[in-house]
Design a protein around this ligand. Structure first.
Ligand SMILES: Cc1cc2nc3c(=O)[nH]c(=O)nc-3n(C[C@H](O)[C@H](O)[C@H](O)COP(=O)(O)OP(=O)(O)OC[C@H]3O[C@@H](n4cnc5c(N)ncnc54)[C@H](O)[C@@H]3O)c2cc1C
Length: 189
């Protein structure tokens, strides 16, 4: 958020009670995907993956690997219908927004792409393959966002806990104040 706000010229501060990445990000496996069932999130996911690819190509070390991903489809009517719906929708999105497509693949194609997977007696119908999906180092990508946000004028205050907020404070003021002005929130360092 700090990066995207700073990019739009909004002067803002990120308060972190510990250190960057010490929350859920610390535990994340780092899987990233273009796939999402919802329309807006689908575009958002695509934007993220494209950004990671671009930054890595520009030389930012992100440990971003993109072998693609396979979503397994159980051999049940509802799951198969949903999978076909998502693949068709991805095709439309590809035409409209140049998003990466998803592809239905058979059990044999899954085995070909991932020889270690054992689908014997699993009742798997097939899979949805998404090119460009992969995994990234969550810590590296967080720091890449932080560095860029700071470069754009954003501020990061670590070891600073927000412990309350002022009732009458306006959000616009909070975003426009500087460090010495009232932030509209109570802090504990
Ligand atoms: C085991 C596990 C595996 C995961 N695997 C994946 C994955 O493969 N792919 C994926 O996309 N997502 C995955 N996730 C989800 C992903 O980790 C989170 O969606 C993401 O890290 C959330 O980032 P965040 O910055 O919103 O939250 P966080 O990383 O939790 O950051 C919130 C920060 O706020 C700080 N904070 C809290 N309260 C205050 C306060 N009062 N004042 C100041 N600072 C405060 C915390 O210290 C923390 O650092 C996984 C999550 C877990 C737990």
């Amino acid at each position: 958020m700090l990066y995207n706000l700073a990019k739009r010229g909004v002067k803002c501060v990120l308060f972190e009670k510990g250190e960057l990445t010490c929350g859920a990000t610390w535990h994340a496996a780092g899987l990233v995907t273009r796939f999402h069932g919802g329309n807006n999130f689908r575009l958002w996911h695509d934007e993220g993956v494209n950004l990671f690819s671009q930054w890595q190509a520009e030389g930012t070390p992100l440990s971003f690997h993109t072998p693609g991903s396979i979503r397994l489809i159980p051999n049940q009517r509802d799951y198969i219908d949903e999978a076909k719906y998502q693949v068709s929708k991805a095709k439309i999105f590809s035409g409209l927004f140049e998003c990466e497509q998803h592809h239905m693949i058979s059990v044999d194609e899954i085995k070909e792409k991932h020889p270690l997977v054992n689908l014997e007696d699993t009742g798997i119908y097939g899979g949805i393959f998404t090119e460009g999906d992969g995994h990234i180092d969550p810590s590296s990508v967080t720091n890449a966002f932080a560095d860029r946000a700071k470069g754009l004028g954003g501020t990061i205050e670590q070891k600073t806990e927000v412990v309350g907020k002022l009732q009458s404070f306006q959000v616009s003021q909070a975003l426009q104040s500087d460090r010495n002005a009232s932030w509209g929130c109570a802090l504990r360092s």
